[in-house]
Design a protein around this ligand. Structure first.
Ligand SMILES: C[S@@+](CC[C@H](N)C(=O)[O-])C[C@H]1O[C@@H](n2cnc3c(N)ncnc32)[C@H](O)[C@@H]1O
Length: 371
């Protein structure tokens, strides 16, 4: 089997998959920490980016506006965003509809429980249902793209071959070399800076790419009639992703706050992730109907959204006790530390309309203009 199929099973199989069966454990006591599972500061800052977008959409036209979260995990981010949002203080709160797109039945259940006390209309929809009735609003994908299955490939005698997962005589999974990659994949890799003959890399050099990214960008685009996509993830440009010294790619397994390169160990009991290739995303997005507005490092964005001011306010005595102030400061610092969550990338894309709209919307502007 190709690794993309195996990774899909390991993560998404509803009975045995890590996400599909719900055995994922989010947060500091679990397998890995994401920004929302370490506290609510991330959602509070993110809201400052999102709510002006909803305001712009609401001012332009009547009707509902939708916040669509794709891959919501345990539902923490949505719960924190909605708790931090004072709906009554907005002119558009009554028009807000929340949609969650979640492939795991078990996680859907967890999200329903977590969000049960919110008075807003919340729906769980499939990509197909959204496509039938596209929304005006914003798609948020936080640490989703790193979970999309990837294809592995390896160089042998100056040709790229697919890396497969086989089962040996003892019934144990093993890596084995498959057929040479097809012409379409070779062309895609060439555009990412990987020549068909390996460009001087040694035999056995391997990496991966995400063949599903294109169809996911199309699905996300088809879910919106107007609005934006904000994808947040760890990412590398193709130049760094496929640098000769990065042999083995970026795939990692994660369990109990420890990473490992043994992707086939403990099937369905550990997370498996690969970095997003930002060059591939920026290349595919326009083909899927997105305009790339900007890409920025999370740490820089959050500083602009007020994180620095909050840290400095925390050094003054205030209503919170010292222990709470120190804990909040620690949480904020982890969000901007480039070796922790600050090294994530924010990709901001706008749904292109056909024919092109006269750009009536004014998004808030942390991001630089696309070059
Ligand atoms: C790494 S978790 C991120 C969770 C959450 N966004 C967070 O940051 O805490 C990935 C999430 O995406 C979901 N997922 C993976 N592939 C998906 C797909 N194709 N469609 C919808 N959800 C998906 C998983 O079930 C899980 O909820």
């Amino acid at each position: 089997m190709g690794f993309a199929t195996v990774m899909d099973w390991l993560l998404n199989d509803p009975q045995f998959g890590y996400y599909g069966s719900g055995c994922v454990r989010f947060g500091p006591e679990g397998d890995f920490v994401t920004a929302p599972t370490q506290g609510s500061a991330f959602a509070e800052l993110l809201g400052r980016q999102l709510w002006p977008c909803f305001e712009a959409l609401a001012l332009e036209q009547p009707g509902s506006i939708s916040l669509i979260e794709w891959g919501p995990g345990d539902g923490s981010l949505m719960a924190q965003l909605l708790h931090a949002l004072e709906l009554g203080q907005t002119a558009w709160g009554e028009r807000l509809e929340v949609v969650l797109v979640e492939s795991s039945p078990a996680l859907r259940q967890q999200q329903q429980e977590r969000l049960a006390d919110l008075s807003l209309p919340i729906q769980w929809l499939s990509p197909e249902a959204l496509q039938r009735q596209p929304r005006r609003g914003l798609v948020l994908a936080h640490e989703l793209l790193d979970a999309l299955p990837v294809q592995r490939f390896v160089l042998a005698s100056k040709r790229w071959h697919e890396l497969l997962v086989c089962v040996d005589a003892a019934g144990q999974p093993q890596w084995c070399q498959g057929e040479p990659l097809g012409a379409d994949t070779l062309q895609q890799l060439q555009q990412l800076g990987l020549p068909a003959d390996g460009g001087g890399r040694p035999d056995g050099w391997s990496s991966e790419w995400c063949p599903l990214l294109s169809s996911w960008l199309q699905q996300a685009r088809a879910s919106l009639s107007q609005g934006w996509l904000l994808a947040i993830d760890y990412a590398l440009s193709a130049q760094r992703y496929y640098a000769p010294q990065r042999d083995g790619g970026t795939l990692l397994a994660c369990r109990g706050q420890r990473t490992s390169s043994d992707l086939l160990a403990d099937p369905g009991r550990q997370d498996i992730t690969a970095h997003v290739c930002s060059t591939l995303l920026e290349h595919l997005a326009p083909q899927a109907g997105w305009h790339c507005c900007g890409t920025a490092l999370q740490g820089e964005v959050l500083l602009q959204l007020g994180l620095a001011a909050e840290i400095s306010a925390l050094s003054e005595p205030g209503p919170q006790d010292l222990a709470s102030r120190l804990a909040r400061r620690e949480e904020l610092l982890r969000l901007v530390d480039p070796h922790l969550l600050g090294g994530f990338w924010w990709f901001w894309l706008e749904a292109q309309s056909q024919p092109a709209a006269p750009r009536p919307l004014t998004p808030p502007g942390w991001w630089p203009e696309a070059p």
